[in-house]
Design a binder for this molecule. Structure first.
Ligand SMILES: C[S@@+](CC[C@H](N)C(=O)[O-])C[C@H]1O[C@@H](n2cnc3c(N)ncnc32)[C@H](O)[C@@H]1O
Length: 311
């Protein structure tokens, strides 16, 4: 495993937002390089941290990096959507804080072999966070129908040329399977008019879309955020960092649903819906990275942090 650099996004903002208590029970759903977990562990003396990641490498690396805190953490290779099962397995009453730092880590992006980056031409299209998952980007590109590809590129990548790119993929794969990042890059570059290729790398949006599809990143996010908030103890905090507008919209919508009180028609004399406000928003507008952080880590550019407290 290459020794790659890692930078945790909005680290101070998250840790302050979590308001870590010495004896608190915390859940880090996206362990990654363990940066946020490290700061939580530093602050708990007789508390505990449970953390998940889909990636074996992340679990291995963080276990080694955080070994000074042995006994205070439990790292589990699992999807954070299974937080309730984890809570039951470990007989946890509730969490004092939950953090999600969504998407891929810089380790995953920088490890060319993983096929997440459009800058690694010779690498096989993969993009799996969990390498036990049978679905790869190569499978999607070579087996999904024209309609499915078009929809994925449009919905998950907000790609204006989704239809042209999907058609070109289907045309090319009839001749030979599309196997590498470079082959896909070439198809995308040929599908987007040259004069419109100045908004970042032309493959950026399609790669984002494929990654979201391969890892099912948006499928259960809304329900999971709702579930997580309900697993917090009173005054427990939830901090979520998103990296693109699709994720942020989902988190914003889930927080809004949890924050809303009675939703009965105003004309009714008494509440019949029974809906109660479950969280207090601590960020009406998402927090973004400071100028200083942006200079040090350009990946923070699109990050948005939303924080809420259980009432
Ligand atoms: C942005 S990184 C987290 C970085 C981490 N906060 C740190 O400071 O080092 C996201 C990590 O979450 C993992 N991940 C993404 N979605 C996940 C999911 N649904 N369940 C578990 N892990 C997930 C990825 O494999 C990746 O390692």
């Amino acid at each position: 495993m290459a020794n790659l650099k890692h930078y945790s996004v909005m680290l101070n903002e998250c840790i302050n937002g979590l308001n870590v208590k010495e004896d608190g029970i915390y859940f880090d759903g996206t362990l990654g390089g363990g940066g946020h977990s490290y700061e939580i562990l530093k602050r708990i003396s007789n508390g505990k941290l449970y953390a998940t990641d889909l990636d074996d490498c992340a679990i291995e690396r963080a276990t080694e990096r955080l070994k000074e805190f042995n006994g205070k953490f439990v790292f589990i290779k699992d999807n954070f959507k299974n937080v309730e099962e984890i809570k039951n397995t470990y007989n946890i009453d509730g969490f004092d804080g939950i953090i999600l730092d969504l998407g891929v880590s810089s380790f995953q992006l920088d490890d060319r072999e993983r096929g997440f980056s459009y800058l690694a031409d010779e690498i096989t299209l993969d993009m799996r966070m969990n390498r036990d998952n049978p679905l790869t980007a190569e499978y999607v590109v070579n087996n999904y129908s024209l309609e499915e590809l078009k929809n994925i590129f449009f919905e998950y990548g907000e790609e204006k040329f989704s239809s042209v790119i999907a058609k070109k993929i289907v045309e090319k794969r009839k001749i030979a399977p599309i196997k590498t990042v470079g082959e896909l890059n070439k198809i995308i570059a040929e599908s987007i008019p040259k004069k419109l290729q100045n908004n970042g790398h032309p493959s950026k949006r399609v790669f984002q879309a494929l990654r979201i599809e391969v890892n099912g990143e948006l499928n259960w996010l809304y329900e999971t955020v709702i579930k997580m908030a309900r697993l917090l103890k009173p005054k427990g905090r939830i901090c979520i960092i998103t990296f693109h507008s699709l994720e942020d919209r989902i988190v914003k919508k889930a927080f809004k649903e949890l924050e809303s009180d009675c939703i009965c028609d105003k004309s009714l004399p008494v509440c019949v819906c029974g809906k109660k406000k479950e969280i207090k928003l601590l960020t009406n507008h998402p927090i973004t990275a400071s100028e200083k952080e942006l200079l040090e880590n350009s990946r923070s550019k699109s990050a948005k942090l939303r924080i809420a407290e259980k009432v």
